[in-house]
Design a protein around this ligand. Structure first.
Ligand code: PAF
Length: 278
């Protein structure tokens, strides 16, 4: 396995297809699923690349960046074990010049959901993803559907800037109690961790309204809100709960076509997100 610590070390002409799994490290079962799928797409002859970079540009709060879990040694061991061909894990100072002054902004899909309370977050994501695509020149890249808004925005980035990369979205991987896997789960206390599956349960209960043909968004939102707050611990806060169109991510008054119910919760400082297609 090739270990690249800087942009200058990246070789050109890797065997194609070159399939990239961009990550911020602390690899969990969700990342493993992305890497396994990347191997399938690349085949034996192609290349699987994993990038590990805790991107400072996408953190709006310095404390959140500081608290983000880091585990490079075990990440490298996981990559090795899964047969990854190349891992790119640059130093922040190598990847972005101290006086870097160009960014990629997105002005529509990034407004609702996570974008409403995390100013600059998706600009940071778009900027780092475009740069990763530029330096690693993948033919394909994989992203999880847990970060549904991120996936939609990256598809838009690729469409609007005509980037020659095929984007694959993969289903969310969950713990047996339904909690979506996330590196942030490591920061939950045992009590918060035990309570956290309420997020999935609330979304599932709301989705079930569709079986009886319910169309009013407010009914979905109210059902989910009640379950999110029922007997909730004091440190739980809803950041957002919104029903949007799956592609445009704009708010829906009625559920008629492809809808997405998405939520973000805080347990103290730890932020969890999840979503469900309706
Ligand atoms: O989903 C993530 O881990 C990050 O947002 C990404 C896509 C690697 C960009 O930093």
């Amino acid at each position: 396995m090739l270990r690249l610590r800087s942009i200058a070390e990246i070789p050109s002409g890797l065997p194609t297809p070159v399939v990239l799994v961009p990550t911020m490290g602390s690899l969990h079962e969700g990342h493993r699923a992305l890497i396994r799928r990347a191997r399938e797409i690349a085949g034996e002859a192609g290349s699987v690349l994993v990038s590990i970079f805790v991107n400072p540009l996408q953190f709006d709060r310095p404390a959140d960046l500081e608290a983000y879990p880091r585990a490079v040694e075990s990440d490298l061991a996981i990559c090795e074990q899964l047969g990854v061909d190349t891992v790119f894990f640059p130093e922040p100072t190598d990847f972005f010049a101290a006086d870097h002054s160009i960014a990629v902004s997105e002005d529509l899909l990034s407004k609702p959901l996570c974008g409403a309370t995390r100013p600059g977050h998706f600009e940071g994501v778009c900027t780092v993803v475009l740069k990763l695509f530029n330096v690693l020149t993948p033919t394909d890249a994989l992203f999880g559907k847990k970060d549904y808004q991120q996936l939609a925005i990256i598809r838009r980035l690729v469409r609007d800037l005509a980037l020659p990369v095929k984007i694959h979205g993969l289903e969310t991987i969950r713990e047996s109690d339904g909690l979506a896997l996330s590196s942030r789960n490591l920061n939950l206390t045992a009590i918060q961790r035990a309570d956290a599956p309420r997020l999935r349960r609330a979304l599932l209960a709301a989705r079930d309204l569709r079986i009886n043909g319910e169309q009013r968004s407010e009914v979905y939102l109210e059902t989910a809100r009640l379950l999110l707050l029922q007997n909730a611990p004091e440190d739980l806060k809803i950041d957002y709960l919104q029903l949007v169109d799956r592609e445009s991510l704009q708010l829906l008054a009625n559920v008629t076509g492809n809808a997405l119910l998405a939520a973000a919760l805080y347990y103290d400082e730890v932020r969890l997100i999840d979503n469900i297609e309706i």
